[in-house]
Design a protein around this ligand. Structure first.
Ligand code: IVH
Length: 674
């Protein structure tokens, strides 16, 4: 090899590692080496080019989006949270979405929907004051965004001055990179979305400017004077103000139209210059949007109907079982690896025993696999014509991986046998315990970055963690020596763990993973307990009994939840584990947002259906006016609002016995409007 060739080779190798490091940082937000080492490598590459200019022809260093983006963007609170969307995958999900909304609003007619392609990019919020672009934020965690103003300002499609805008205007939309533009830089990023995200998070906006980013507006945040009655009008106004609006946005109504629309855009998809991963449907009427409001994560008035992603065929090599954090047993098909939508798949979920029986899925079968977005790939159907005569029906195991018998339970609400089998040993089952740990460190729980599922598996195998409290006494010396870990990543992990110690009560309650206690129920419980001290009373048998009877008063907490809490805390191992975890944490009191209103300090309960709105909306309205909604009739109740349609007699009688004010629907509106 000539000297020149040798140098070329070294240069190429170094360039490859720079690209790898960029990927680790931009896409995974997980730097492999220290900043100083990174800078060293860049310097070295520059000096190579200076010395041997011919290297530029191989790869010009300048074209590599290289200068390290800083993680230290200023954080700014969103004036209105940037929520995410719930997903629909099939027609039935859309039917459900429409039905729920009709029930909530209690309206008889079909509602108009604004249909908008779901651009697969990075969302951003742009703030204009007196018509001038003042700052722009990334979504961040939805409550706080990163100040990426300088980078957003490099996007030509984003107007910088809007003379006719209201005094305060916040425009929300998606930053993306065109597929053609992506072609030019594709060796540096896995896909266009990552390219857009990476460029937006560059510290040096000159680097961002080199990437042709684009923008589609789809909504607003704060606005000083709102004049819109419909989402579709809002889109037209945004267009008039100079924002790009996707040309495929339309207004439709029926399920058939939704399905046609879906098929149409899906067929156009590959010809568009941007990635779309579905269609966002929004209730077009803004008053209805306001009445519907949001749950903790997503608005009730919108949904993302994802495209049914790619399908592929493969052979089932084996069927194994997996244990979830609640002990639920899920059968999983191990298949011959196959690429579905660009990702290699070797496992697919079979959901439960009934599903296997219904589809008669067997080991050795050739099956059709589907992968939709970030959900687990699933087995759609079996090609029975390819089945061997010798194939045998799959017999579902009757033991958990831990060896304990697994049973189907009878649901308390439906009184039917569950489709799912469970291992009921909780922390005593190693397989369940490991999943519980994964839940505790996850984003909605303690949110420990760097401690993902794979890391938990690894740490578990090495006996570094067994219970949640072990997370706070990790052997970092040992971790530092593990493959894939270094000084910097251990330091990051240490920081993330230390930061996770401060946690609000509702998040804590959710994170300990009591069955049937999701984020919403955890909030209701936190509102009841208020402090971790009070919550700790659940550890005491006598106090627990008393608390449990009181929990029935909470709206949203029923027999299923109370029984589940009782089971959880009657287990000595659970209480030991949770007490020990609590000792490692700094649990903050639940912040009661004391809504001051006409109904402050009033306890209300609703029974029966109403004429003008649904019970859910009535409850939401009462809460907005400061009231607390109770779930059972007790002395604490101030009003029982009785609707026309099928109110519960027992509740009315009990309320009368206790001398509680009974209100008709009309009287209830009077009370609100007083
Ligand atoms: S509306 C509260 N409309 O999808 C409403 N989102 O999974 C929230 N997205 O974070 C967003 N196109 O980044 C909306 N036409 C569209 C959208 C859209 C793409 C993205 C957005 C959001 C994510 C939600």
């Amino acid at each position: 090899m000539s000297e020149k060739e040798k140098i070329k080779k070294i240069y190429q190798k170094k360039i490859q590692s720079l690209i790898k490091l960029n990927k680790a940082y931009f896409q995974k937000d997980n730097p492999i080496i220290a900043d100083s080492e990174y800078d060293e490598l860049k310097k070295e590459l520059s000096s190579y080019i200076e010395k041997y200019p011919y290297l530029k022809q191989i790869k010009n260093l300048d074209t590599i989006v290289g200068s390290k983006p800083s993680k230290k963007f200023k954080k700014i609170k969103h004036t209105k949270p940037m929520l995410s969307l719930s997903n629909a995958f099939e027609k039935n999900d859309m039917i459900d979405f429409k039905k729920k909304i009709k029930n909530f609003l209690n309206v008889p007619t079909e509602l108009e929907l604004s249909s908008e392609p779901k651009i697969d990019g990075i969302s951003a919020s742009l703030r204009y004051e007196n018509g001038k672009f003042t700052y722009g934020l990334s979504r961040g965690d939805g409550l706080f965004g990163e100040d990426i103003t300088a980078n957003l300002a490099t996007i030509e499609e984003i107007p910088k001055n809007i003379p006719s805008a209201p005094n305060v205007l916040e425009v929300r939309g998606e930053v993306y990179i065109g597929k053609k533009d992506f072609e030019k830089i594709k060796d540096k990023f896995a896909n266009p979305r990552n390219a857009a995200g990476g460029s937006l998070r560059q510290k040096d906006s000159k680097e961002t400017k080199k990437i042709p980013l684009k923008f589609f507006a789809y909504g607003i945040g704060e606005i000083s004077s709102s004049i819109f009655k419909k989402q579709s009008e809002l889109l037209s106004q945004l267009k008039n103000w100079g924002f790009p609006i996707n040309s495929k946005c339309t207004v439709i109504k029926t399920i058939d139209e939704i399905q046609d629309n879906h098929r149409e855009l899906e067929s156009l998809r590959s010809n568009l210059d941007y990635d779309v991963d579905g269609i966002v449907y929004k209730i077009n009427n803004i008053t209805f949007q306001e009445r519907l409001g949001s749950t903790s994560n997503s608005p009730r008035w919108a949904i993302a109907y994802k495209f049914s992603s790619s399908k592929a065929s493969s052979k089932i090599k084996d069927i194994v079982i997996q244990v979830g954090r609640t002990g639920a047993i899920t059968p999983v098909a191990k298949i011959d690896p196959v690429t579905v939508g660009g990702v290699v798949i070797s496992n697919a979920t079979l959901h439960n025993e009934d599903e296997i029986n219904r589809k008669d899925i067997r080991v050795g079968d050739i099956v059709k696999i589907q992968r939709a977005g970030d959900v687990i790939p699933q087995v759609l159907s079996v090609d029975k014509s390819k089945r061997l005569k010798t194939s045998k029906k799959f017999i579902f195991p009757n033991k958990c991986l831990c060896g304990f018998p697994i049973k189907k339970e009878i649901s308390m609400t439906t009184k039917k046998t569950d489709a799912v089998r469970r291992c009921s040993r909780g922390y005593d089952c190693d397989f369940t315990a490991k999943e519980k740990l994964k839940h505790i460190v996850a984003k909605d729980s303690l949110d420990i970055e760097g401690l993902g599922k794979k890391v938990i598996d690894n740490f578990w195998d090495l006996n570094l963690v067994r219970t949640p409290a072990d997370i706070f006494r990790l052997n970092y010396k040992k971790i530092e020596g593990l493959e894939g870990w270094g000084k910097l990543s251990v330091k990051n992990l240490k920081n993330a763990i230390s930061n996770s110690k401060k946690i609000v009560l509702n998040r804590f309650i959710y994170s300990i993973g009591i069955r049937h206690i999701g984020q919403e129920n955890a909030k209701i419980l936190a509102g009841f307990f208020k402090t971790h001290k009070k919550f700790s009373e659940l550890f005491n048998l006598k106090k627990r009994r008393y608390i449990l009877t009181n929990l029935y008063d909470l709206d949203g907490i029923g027999e299923t939840q109370v029984k589940s809490i009782e089971d959880f805390f009657s287990n000595q191992k659970n209480t030991d584990i949770i007490q020990s975890l609590m000792n490692s944490l700094n649990i903050e009191d639940f912040q009661i947002i004391n809504k001051k209103g006409k109904l402050s300090n009033k306890n209300i309960m609703f029974t029966g259906g109403f004429n003008k709105m649904s019970r859910s909306e009535a409850k939401a309205l009462a809460e907005e006016n400061g009231a607390k909604i109770l779930g059972s009739v007790s002395k604490k109740l101030n009003y029982l609002v009785v609707g026309n349609s099928k109110p519960t007699k027992r509740k009315i009688e009990k309320a009368k016995e206790l001398n509680i004010n009974l209100l008709s629907e009309e009287k209830w509106y009077d009370l609100l409007n007083r």
